[in-house]
Design a protein around this ligand. Sequence first.
Ligand code: NIG
Length: 423
Amino acid sequence: MPAILFTNIKLLVNTRQQNELLRGKELANLPCIENAYLLIEDDEIVAYGTMEELLSTVNHQPSSSFDLSGQMVLPAWCDSQAHLVFAASRENEFIDKIKGLSYAEIAAKGGGILNSAKKLNETSEDELFTLAWKRLEEVSRLGTGAIEIKSGYGLTVEGELKMLRVIKKLKQRSKLLIKATFLAAHTYPLEYKENHQGYIDSIIHEMLPVIAAENLADYIDVFCETGFFSPEEMKTICNAGMSYGLKPKLHVNQLNSIGGIETGVSLNAISLDHLETLTESDIQMLGGLKASPSGEVWRGIGTLLPTAAFFLRMPFQPARQLIDSGAAIAIATDYNPGSSPSGNMNLVVAMSCIQMKMLPEEAINAATGNGAFALELQNEVGSITKGKKANLIITKPIPSLAYFPYAFGSNLIDKVMLKGEWV
Ligand code: NIG
């Protein structure tokens, strides 16, 4: 078995014997080992500890070894919210936004998601795969080792299935661990603008049975928002998805608070994502301090997407209040052509510290271990733990861990390893 030994690691970050979803204050606890070694065999982490422990206890003959003096090693990022299968960028709308139009106004004019859907339906499955593959390669060089990818730019039976088949192929061929989410309920296509039930019926009776038969998705998502899907519609769609084994991971409270959190909690969603616009009551429900009106106390994950708030010039997600309420938080890129045309988790970590006042330890936990939980991949990735995949970020020499989010404009990654292989 090829073995790789890393020695003299300045700081080995997020070392854990056991997986735990971190809530509230626990997010600030990031276990690290100074002056460490790390041993990889094939695609797995097999041992780690201090350099003294290596010299006294480990007797391995590695195939190769690397002296990482001055450098740090982190688990690769787990990006638990992304839409990276799309046909074209939307920089014209970016200009419209600079000139003063809002995200909702662009959507109401037929731009936004509908614009992406039109282009996606004109693009072949092979071309979509090639475009998405390039984006996956880019994000893996930026340190991402696991990612969620959603459908939602098809909005037709053929378009949604085409996207999900592309995601399935990415899953099969990529070194990244990928989870697929079905998001036909991203917006109403024009032909169903006045016939919401017609589109919901198409999702339930035409799309879901094929998705289940071809095993095309792990999760179901709905964009619950004024002008998009109501909480009641979200419930109907999720219940149908759940009857096929798809768990909800939901877009709620990006632009308005219309009851998406209450419904998401009552559906026992794995994660509730976006969360720019929260009432005090929403925050308490996300933290498990308050039950939903139907009595459920939530134990899921709130996924914050700071680059979407940044790009749309919206208030950043209230991370501190959520942490104070005891919520389990993940942070993710929301990589998509409309509200976050960036899959850079390093920027997400930095922005979480700079704009949402998360401590570097909290942001790193949210981008690794808690992100892995939000993908239900916590047994495979998200920390430096024996038996987990060798998904690693090796930094350039840096003075401290806090320097990583602090020097937000610099590329501080020296190398990335995914499943024991260099990216
Ligand atoms: O998560 N808000 C809904 N969905 C995406 C944006 C989609 C788009 O504008 O293309 C998001 O931000």
